[in-house]
Design a protein around this ligand. Sequence first.
Ligand SMILES: Nc1ncnc2c1ncn2[C@@H]1O[C@H](COP(=O)(O)OP(=O)(O)OP(=O)(O)O)[C@@H](O)[C@H]1O
Ligand SMILES: [Mg+2]
Length: 393
Amino acid sequence: MEEEDEGYKRNERIALVTILVMASVAVASLFVTFIYYCYITNKVSRRLNNRKKGSEHEEKSSSSCNIQVAAENGLQEFTFKQLHSATGGFGKSNVIGHGGFGSVYRGVLQDGRKVAVKLMDQAGKQGEEEFQVEVELLSRLHSPYLLALIGYCSDSNHKLLVYEFMANGGLQEHLYPISGSNSGCLKLDWETRLGIALEAAKGLEYLHEHVTPPVIHRDFKSSNILLDKSFHAKVSDFGLAKLGSDKAGGHVSTRVLGTQGYVAPEYALTGHLTTKSDVYSYGVVLLELLTGRVPVDMKRGPAESVLVSWALPRLTDRDKVVEIMDPALEGQYSIKEVIQVAAIAAMCVQSEADYRPLMADVVQSLVPLVKHHRPTSRGGSSSSFHPNSSPKA
Ligand SMILES: Nc1ncnc2c1ncn2[C@@H]1O[C@H](COP(=O)(O)OP(=O)(O)OP(=O)(O)O)[C@@H](O)[C@H]1O
Ligand SMILES: [Mg+2]
């Protein structure tokens, strides 16, 4: 009986131990399962995080790639928001001018650089085309005598161009100030006019002779010559420029554009465009510098309304040339220099395009006159070339 009891107790102990062992195995496996669960969730969330970071990085590197592409052209791509805040929300007080493209605003970039922002009018398809042409051209052309394009903004609703800011604005504002806004503006002296003539000539010379194929400006005029704080000049606005023909003597046939009073007669009549059309427009600007007159003004009466027709017969006459000079100069110029500049102007505006000089000839003729007065701080006609534009030998 005692043996039976002991056997029963042994079985009971074995069962207890078995239950204990099984319970601890169950707890241990639960614990292991829990640890494994934690490990898996941790791993999954880490993987998700990495994937997110990866896509952020990809986004960043793709946008930095865009910036890099733009930077290769020397251009910065702006968002509309950036330019909106740079110009004080395109506020009226920041408007510095209006042109064929749209309004021009003064602005300050986040890095403190002063800029001029051109906001394209929404109307018209032609403007969009001009926008693309200008961005493409200016990203390839670099010269101290051409206005630098810093960047642009282009989205489905907005097209803007961001230029370096030229503190003294357009040349025309200083030659015939519009009553009211610029009434306090001091007129340019003779030396400054000579310097501007030379620098603008160097800008055109670069476009015509240092870029292959040559670039025809097509809208060269005094409002497209901008002046910095020291009255050094840069040529602006290639919105109307077209690449010239590669062939010698070739021309680009296109619709007649440009601004009244500056357009060469053969271009106005036939639409045939060559670099010599720009030389004519340059001659008109020289006449503006000499006379301080607007190229076309009906208020001057029929004999004087068109500047070229009125000035041309007087340009090569030593006695009469003084009659056409800007009264604002108050005779403060060298007659000898005036005669030389008048002779250059006369050659540029002659009706036979082939007889007009090359811009390189004009530069050569003006250099000694300007050297005489002020050594130009930019020195020579050296221009930097972008690899895309192959300079002529
Ligand atoms: N980069 C700049 N810095 C300072 N002022 C500028 C700049 N660009 C333009 N302006 C001012 O804005 C005015 C208008 O320029 P805009 O080029 O739009 O018109 P435009 O030269 O009169 O005509 P077009 O559209 O045919 O070139 C200029 O006359 C000049 O006073
Ligand atoms: Mg302009």
